[in-house]
Design a protein around this ligand. Structure first.
Ligand code: HEC
Length: 113
């Protein structure tokens, strides 16, 4: 029994992200970069640069709700660049919540407990 729990643990944490890692590479990496640092091939042409999710000082200041709203309703809705598109028609709320968790793993210490 204990063995089964141990064996399942990594799978359970991957499930928290759902399909966020794949969706991130599909929709977000072109701007935010494959490793979340804001240096995607499109992102380098934007001013301001897309959010660097690995910049922990900045990420610490941003609440999960703001991350959620930015993804769902676009950058302008939270007062950042309107070049950040709204994804509410491509991603449902559960996928956006999983995406927020996934973005937090670029700076694990900023994740809300
Ligand atoms: C066309 C380029 C582009 C794409 C594609 C893109 N973003 Fe962004 N994103 C931006 C820009 C630009 C900003 C704003 C940076 C700023 O104003 O400082 C931003 C900001 C953000 C923020 C931060 C909001 C805040 O309060 O600081 C989050 C979260 C975010 N993007 C998530 C995502 C996710 C998730 C995806 C994919 C579903 C995505 N972005 C796709 C360009 C993009």
């Amino acid at each position: 029994m204990a063995l089964a729990v141990v064996a399942c643990a990594p799978i359970a944490s991957a499930a928290d992200f759902g399909s966020a890692p794949q969706l991130y590479q599909q929709y977000c990496a072109s701007c935010h970069g494959k490793t979340g640092n804001g240096n995607g091939p499109v992102g380098t042409f934007l001013t301001p640069r897309p959010r660097d999710f690995a910049d922990c000082k900045v990420m610490k200041q941003i609440t999960d709700k703001t991350l959620f709203d930015a993804i769902k309703n676009g950058g302008a809705s939270v007062g950042v660049s309107p070049n950040m598109p709204a994804w509410g028609s491509s991603l449902n709320d559960q996928q956006i919540q999983q995406m927020v968790k996934y973005l937090r793993q670029f700076c694990p210490e900023t994740a809300s407990k």
